[in-house]
Design a protein around this ligand. Structure first.
Ligand SMILES: Cc1cc2nc3c(=O)[nH]c(=O)nc-3n(C[C@H](O)[C@H](O)[C@H](O)COP(=O)(O)OP(=O)(O)OC[C@H]3O[C@@H](n4cnc5c(N)ncnc54)[C@H](O)[C@@H]3O)c2cc1C
Length: 368
């Protein structure tokens, strides 16, 4: 039997899921509510397990020329004094390289992997489960029926709500500021300066550009009216190289981050993947990696039991839960260190940061 599959959302998780399904021999429809002309801004950091999953999806060759390889993560205090370093090349040895690149480039790689058409300007408006199948209503009023619907529609997922799998995402209280900087100081390592409830991260992302990611914990506070001024205010007094980078920033993108925690990711013929199922704050930079791993496992379980979708979805969840839970728990743990005053936190990180932060990733080194 040929499964009729719909992937809802052509972000990182949806495109990866469509690729995983194609490799497994399926031909999913993919719909995306935004127009095809929407290009994601900012950069993205892919640790070794993310690039391993892309390799499993057969997308390592187009990824290879893009961005910059990251060999070390350097952690400093707010004045730029050394805290500790993670040798990420050693951490992920035999797994995959760590790479920073532009999101637009990553999207292109994923799009080439889908091989079929993405239907843009096409939102899913409603979903109803009838006799084990999913009846879908699109934004233009069109209807269709599928044997399997993959909800890859992000942290504010419509599919999650319509299938009764969960409600609204929970805000983490973080406000994040992202920029791609040309003409700033040269930087060879992923570098983070940790302040009090605020962090500034910069990394090379290819083309002599830096990807900068800065955040503050400000639960309930509105987004600042002038994000650039807020970035200067928060980070202008940090140690080198932050002031020179801040000086070179031309545009700041502001976002809030959310967490999604669900008891189950599937109901009948509906499965949630990516942020729709398990969004976290991006502290460990594992959102894309988890979405790629979701895609690899999805293809494998459906290929194993194509005639028994519920069994495949159960197998999927059994394999994916532990790793996603690991990411969530380590993310929450890492985010908690933000609330510890630097006078207490920094001496502890100098002594034990390398081991503690390394352990956050080591659980993801074993094969999927
Ligand atoms: C500030 C920030 C920094 C981050 N940095 C990193 C990083 O360095 N490394 C990393 O791995 N991860 C990072 N992440 C996390 C990563 O970006 C996400 O985990 C990832 O983008 C999730 O992809 P997704 O496809 O699940 O969701 P999304 O990217 O949200 O995509 C969902 C798609 O579904 C579409 N859609 C929504 N509703 C519908 C509908 N009803 N019908 C049709 N289409 C619909 C949307 O338009 C969208 O295109 C970061 C996240 C944030 C917020």
């Amino acid at each position: 039997m040929t499964l009729r599959i719909l992937v809802v959302g052509a972000g990182i998780a949806g495109l990866a899921a469509a690729r995983g399904l194609r490799i497994a021999g399926f031909r999913p429809d993919v719909v995306e509510e935004l127009p095809a002309t929407t290009v994601p801004a900012a950069g993205i950091y892919l640790p070794g397990n993310a690039t391993r999953a892309l390799r499993r999806l057969g997308l390592d060759a187009p990824l290879r020329p893009l961005g910059d390889l990251i060999f070390r993560q350097v952690f400093q205090d707010a004045q730029g004094g050394p805290l500790f370093e993670l040798d990420v090349a050693a951490l992920w040895a035999g797994v995959g390289e760590s790479r920073a690149l532009s999101r637009a480039e990553l999207q292109q790689v994923l799009l080439t992997g889908v091989g079929g058409e993405v239907r843009y300007d096409t939102a899913v408006r409603d979903l109803e489960i009838v006799d084990g199948a999913a009846k879908i209503e699109f934004g233009d009023g069109g209807m269709a029926e599928y044997d399997l619907v993959i909800g890859a529609d992000g942290r504010r997922s419509t599919i999650r709500a319509k299938s009764g799998l969960g409600g609204a995402a929970t805000p983490t209280g973080q406000i994040v500021y992202r920029s791609v900087v040309s003409g700033g100081p040269a930087l060879s390592d992923w570098t983070a300066l940790l302040g009090r409830r605020s962090t500034f991260v910069a990394m090379p992302m290819g083309g002599r550009r830096l990807y900068c990611y800065a955040d503050e914990t400000a639960p309930g506070a509105p987004n600042p009216a002038d994000p650039m001024a807020r970035v200067r205010e928060l980070f202008g007094g940090f140690g080198s190289p932050v002031p020179a980078i801040v000086e070179a920033i031309e545009k700041v993108q502001v976002a809030r981050t959310d967490e999604v925690v669900l008891d189950s990711w599937s109901r009948g013929p509906v499965l949630l993947v990516g942020d729709a199922a398990h969004a976290t704050s991006p502290t460990l930079a594992q959102g894309a990696g988890m979405a790629f791993e979701d895609a690899v496992v999805l293809g494998e379980v459906l290929r194993a039991t194509p005639d028994d979708v519920p069994a495949a979805l159960r197998a999927y969840e059994t394999r994916r839960r532990p790793r996603c839970q690991h990411v969530r728990e380590r993310t929450v743990e890492r985010d908690r260190t933000r609330d510890v005053p630097p006078a207490l936190r920094d001496p502890m990180l100098r002594r034990r940061g390398q081991r503690i932060f390394g352990d956050h990733y080591r659980g993801l080194v074993p094969a999927l």
